[in-house]
Design a protein around this ligand. Sequence first.
Ligand SMILES: Nc1ncnc2c1ncn2[C@@H]1O[C@H](COP(=O)(O)OP(=O)(O)O)[C@@H](O)[C@H]1O
Ligand SMILES: [Mg+2]
Length: 248
Amino acid sequence: MLKLIGVETFYGKIKALHGVSMAVNKGQLVCLLGANGAGKTTILKTIFGIVEPEYGTIHFNDKRIDRKDPEEIIKLGISHVPENRRIFPELTVYENLMMGGFLIKDKDLFEKRFKKATDYFPVLLKRGNQQAGTLSGGEQQMLAIARALMLEPKLLLLDEPSLGLSPKLVQEIFSIIKDLHQSGVTILLVEQNVNHALKIADYGYVLTSGKIFLSGTYDELYEEEKVREMYLGEGKYTRRANLWSGIR
Ligand SMILES: Nc1ncnc2c1ncn2[C@@H]1O[C@H](COP(=O)(O)OP(=O)(O)O)[C@@H](O)[C@H]1O
Ligand SMILES: [Mg+2]
């Protein structure tokens, strides 16, 4: 469904992505892992047309999208939930969801989508008339995801949805992402939360300094000593705090 080939993105003269190639198949939940500054957000922004790649191509359902802007890309069926849950704080929850559905002209269709999106997040229905800026962090994240779902995207890009949430809400958000995936939404999920993300993903890419460093299924990545050493603080001789334990 989505394919990146040799993508290189710059910020001015600084190269943030060094020939990134990756793929997401229809129905998959793929996670993109990596430390702070690795280039995860840049990959999502490049896919969504917020920044343009200098080199390489991006294909979505066999259409080139690497020279398109976000408005065109949304219409093709990609929704992007950016970092730090950017909602419209001064608008109500309901109004925020209406903004998400701005491409839907038909009122019945709007209501249908609204119901479907809020089924995942019943709390949002209860708070329909509340100003979105007064929601808790977790609720704002749910609103940001629900807003993206209003367009029934073929592909959902999620940028660190668990960031800054309490452990309980992290669990809840991951469980919702898992539900979304099981109901057939194709998802590219960016996370620093390696154990949570890989636990629900079909496939993972590990990014370091703008390059794909490793990729594989959960089991394949688990077998990679390098992943454990670099991301889980678990070298050959320091295999103590096993972040993988309890999830196998
Ligand atoms: N708007 C920007 N201008 C200049 N450099 C940027 C900009 N956004 C990100 N970068 C740089 O690009 C690199 C990748 O950043 P980013 O994609 O945000 O990483 P991640 O999401 O993995 O933390 C970092 O070195 C970061 O400093
Ligand atoms: Mg980021």
